[in-house]
Design a protein around this ligand. Structure first.
Ligand code: NAP
Ligand code: MG
Length: 495
């Protein structure tokens, strides 16, 4: 159905004219084999935590309890580090690189084989729509293992003229927004380079990492090469402060990243930090407007805004701002919020009650600061943690909602007149992870991409990922790159 929107004409959405209700299309839950209780995966086996403690992980869309997982504390961390160290010295560093590669290929294939189950568990444990976990998270996790499997015996081509040696044990800490994918980003390059690993998933999304532990067992990886321990922030801190790891890899908030950087200062530990973001999404007046609207929706709403590189600051060139906003409002009135397992769902559940509270706090703040807060009239489930897509219109650089990371489906909208002005505004943030630009002029794309302090700048698209492409930040978004040849560097010493 064609929808014509004229400039300066307010859009009235007549639902019955072009919207219809979709029949629910839920993915079957029974494919997900979730155990009642999980121990810690250390030395190739699931073991009871020395702490004796467990905690629950819930489904944020139904509040149903999914499982109990072990809570590791200092002694458990020590045990895992020693297991990783023994595996490094005994087997892994001595193994021919081509053999190491075979294990990675095996893990990749097993992820593919179990992709449907992994996608369902990811959506149940974290709240993200099944379309995202099925079509993006799980296939991209497998692709990372395939990609780095290929590098294992080719490191001399990655670093010509140099000898690349593994570092030893890598301690890896990941967040809740892409649980299995972040585990793959971390584990695959570490193993390819000959290191062993202790990985901690986030406390709200431990299940796919524990499923990965079972896959690793099935792949017959030598015991202790990968250890997966569940726990809270204190467990992450014990990992960072433990004397064994030679390398710390952290993805998460800038706040915790700073604590880790201080803890590592003065030690020999190598560090990479992948931290927060506040991406500028810039629409120039010569952009293909309909495609750009879709890009903006994809950039911030399809994933509940739970993406470090989410396009959370929208910059509209002044002469198209009104038309663009009308179309954007119209589009977000058609989004489906609800059951993450339903294939119709665009916006799933917010990951936790705390995160929902934080997002609502920012929306309230925007209201108090005098911004226009626009939310479409959409049905929202009464149970679970949900948030409507939200536009904060008329924002300016000084608003906190423009400066701070919200990590929710909330888009701050500003306008600009010239490229110089938007470059200055886009760069006026402590972060520098990603950005997007929409225009039909290649020269403008190059002017913007070369002037913006962002690790990634997408042009006429948004949120595209590939294992061959490096990803990482500037400024308070962290340092080091993951993905591509660049992603090998943090896991080797060169001589
Ligand atoms: P977070 O609170 O920083 O937590 C990240 C991980 O660190 C979790 O496993 C957490 O455990 C653990 N942790 C907490 N305190 C710690 C400490 N003192 N020492 C060591 N580890 C500690 O971040 P989050 O809320 O899970 O994730 C959202 C953030 O991640 C956002 O800021 C987002 O931008 C960022 N992110 C960045 C990227 C990137 O590539 N740049 C990618 C994804 C996400 P608990 O779960 O038990 O708290
Ligand atoms: Mg959960």
């Amino acid at each position: 159905m064609e929808i014509t929107v004229q400039q300066n004409t307010p859009v009235v959405l007549e639902k019955e004219k072009f919207l219809w209700d979709f029949a629910p299309a839920p993915e079957a839950k029974n494919i997900a084999k979730i155990e009642k209780k999980y121990g810690l995966f250390i030395g190739g086996k699931f073991v009871e935590p020395r702490s004796g403690k467990y905690f629950k992980t819930i489904n944020p869309s139904t509040l149903e309890e999914l499982s109990e997982v072990a809570k590791s504390e200092g002694k458990d961390v020590d045990y895992a580090m020693k297991a990783a160290h023994t595996a490094y010295e005994k087997y892994w560093k001595k193994m021919p690189a081509s053999e190491r590669g075979k294990y990675l290929f095996r893990i990749a294939r097993l992820i593919q084989e179990k992709s449907r189950e992994l996608a369902v568990i990811e959506s149940m444990d974290g709240g993200k729509p099944i379309r995202e976990s099925r079509d993006f998270d799980i296939p991209t996790a497998a692709a990372h293992f395939f990609y780095y499997a290929g590098w294992a015996d080719k490191l001399k081509y990655a670093f010509p003229g140099k000898q690349a040696k593994p570092l030893g044990v890598a301690a890896q800490i990941i967040p809740w927004n892409f649980p299995l994918l972040m585990a793959a980003w971390k584990i695959a390059p570490a193993l390819a380079c000959g290191n062993t690993v202790v990985l901690k998933p986030a406390e709200t999304t431990p299940l796919t990492a524990l499923k990965l532990a079972q896959i690793i067992q099935e792949a017959d990886l030598p015991a202790g090469v990968v250890n997966i321990i569940t726990g809270f922030g204190d467990c992450g801190a014990s990992m960072v402060n433990h004397p064994i790891p030679a390398k710390i890899a952290f993805t998460g908030s800038t706040e915790v990243g700073k604590i880790i950087q201080r803890a590592v200062a003065g030690t020999n530990k190598k560090l990479t930090l992948e931290l927060g973001g506040k991406a500028a999404h810039i629409i120039l007046d010569d952009a293909a407007v309909d495609q750009a609207v879709e890009g903006v929706v994809n950039g911030i709403f399809f994933n509940q805004g739970h993406v470090c590189c989410a396009g959370s600051r929208l910059f509209l060139q002044e002469n198209i701002a009104e038309e663009f906003l009308q179309k954007l409002k119209l589009r977000i009135q058609t989004l489906v919020i609800g059951d993450p397992l339903d294939k119709n769902t665009d916006i799933g559940a917010i990951n936790s009650k705390e995160q929902l509270g934080k997002i609502q706090g920012y929306i309230e703040l925007a209201h108090q600061e005098g911004l226009e807060v626009y939310q479409p009239d959409l049905p929202v489930p009464s149970k679970g943690f949900f948030c409507k897509p939200t536009l904060l219109i008329g924002a300016s650089q000084s608003n906190r909602v423009v400066q701070e990371e919200i990590f929710g489906p909330v888009l701050a909208v500003q306008t600009f007149r010239t490229l110089e002005e938007v470059i200055e505004k886009a760069n006026n943030t402590p972060y520098g992870l990603s950005a997007g630009v929409w225009t039909d002029k290649g020269a403008k794309i190059f002017q913007l991409t070369t002037s913006m302090k962002s690790g990634v700048v997408w042009a006429n698209t948004y949120n595209q990922f590939d294992p061959t492409s490096p990803f990482g930040g500037y400024k308070e978004s962290g340092f080091g790159r993951e993905g591509g040849i660049h992603g090998l560097l943090p896991y080797v010493s060169l001589s």
